[in-house]
Design a protein around this ligand. Structure first.
Ligand code: HBI
Ligand code: FE
Length: 286
């Protein structure tokens, strides 16, 4: 029985053993499609100059008039990188999440936030998951990294090291920045689906922007209820894929002996990245 006031939020009563459900697209109301459309149009207008080009292209390619049908997106994904999205009631246990990723299946929540949650939501909803995460599944290198992340997650569970790997996910897949020839851009789903943080992460002088270093990332704590104090910057998805390819077992052993790093701190070994656009830098240097 679905609670009438929140028809789709977090209904786990119908799920299958692998936590998947049917999207039941016909159950979304016209008001929910209109809300999704407003969320989409607000975000799409903010992307130029802040989101990586391949995300913008992917978001356009997957765009729909209202809440997307997962089956339609799956036809595009299957041809592009062999990924599929699976409908889930909401957050699922780590082992379930990692198992899906390891099989090139991305869990996408079926319920949509309430209008009052337009600017901020704690748990991922269909807008965060679909708009924020799915476009980059069209990028072959990023898609391969995410599958490796799933495989690594299952191993990390066996080594009691999921917390370290969750930090890697957080500071890349959710809140990652990347240095492109046009300047600093974001590829992180948590940022790309947020109205305010997408500007903050590039323009604000407050956060630290630190060159990606795998151990530094896995040692750094994160807060889920506020803009990030630190963003990590990669040069390319290839760099992320290559740097996270080795076996993490020895890294986990070392990390267990080290104190966690507060995200508001900068360390002597950090290489900081300026958020000044190279064009402006050249102009400033002249
Ligand atoms: N479940 N549906 C869903 N979506 C996520 O992004 C997600 C999850 N469960 C666990 C999880 N993320 C993270 O804690 C892991 O990356 C560690
Ligand atoms: Fe997410």
């Amino acid at each position: 029985m679905i609670k009438p006031e929140n028809p789709l939020r977090g209904d786990y009563s119908q799920m299958r053993p692998d936590y998947t459900v049917d999207q039941q697209w016909e159950r979304y109301t016209p008001e929910q499609h209109a809300l999704y459309r407003r969320l989409f149009e607000r975000q799409i207008s903010k992307l130029p100059g802040y989101a990586v080009d391949e995300f913008i292209a992917g978001a356009q390619r997957l765009s729909s008039d209202g809440i997307p049908r997962f089956d339609d997106a799956n036809e595009i994904l299957a041809r592009a990188t062999g990924w599929q999205i699976v409908a889930v009631p909401g957050l699922v246990p780590d082992d379930v999440f990692f198992t899906h990723l390891a099989h090139r299946r991305f869990p996408v929540t079926v319920w949509l936030r309430e209008p009052a949650e337009f600017d901020y939501i704690v748990e991922p909803d269909v807008f965060h998951d679909f708009f924020g995460h799915v476009p980059l599944l069209l990028n072959p290198v990023f898609a391969d990294h995410l599958q490796e992340y799933g495989r690594g997650g299952l191993k990390a569970m066996g080594l009691d090291a999921v917390g370290f790997l969750a930090r890697l996910y957080w500071y890349t897949v959710e809140f990652g920045l990347i240095l492109t020839d046009k300047g600093l851009r974001t590829y992180g789903a948590g940022i790309l689906s947020s109205g305010g943080e997408i500007i903050h992460c590039i323009d604000s002088p407050r956060p630290h922007r630190v060159k990606f270093d795998l151990m530094r990332v896995m040692q750094t704590e994160y807060r889920i209820d506020r803009y990030q104090d630190t963003y990590f910057v990669i040069d390319s998805y290839e760099q992320l894929f290559e740097e996270t390819a080795p076996d993490f077992t020895p890294l986990y052993e070392k990390l267990k002996t080290l104190p966690a790093i507060d995200p508001s701190h900068v360390l002597p070994g950090d290489t900081l990245v300026s958020n000044v656009n190279p064009v402006d830098q050249r102009r400033q240097a002249a």
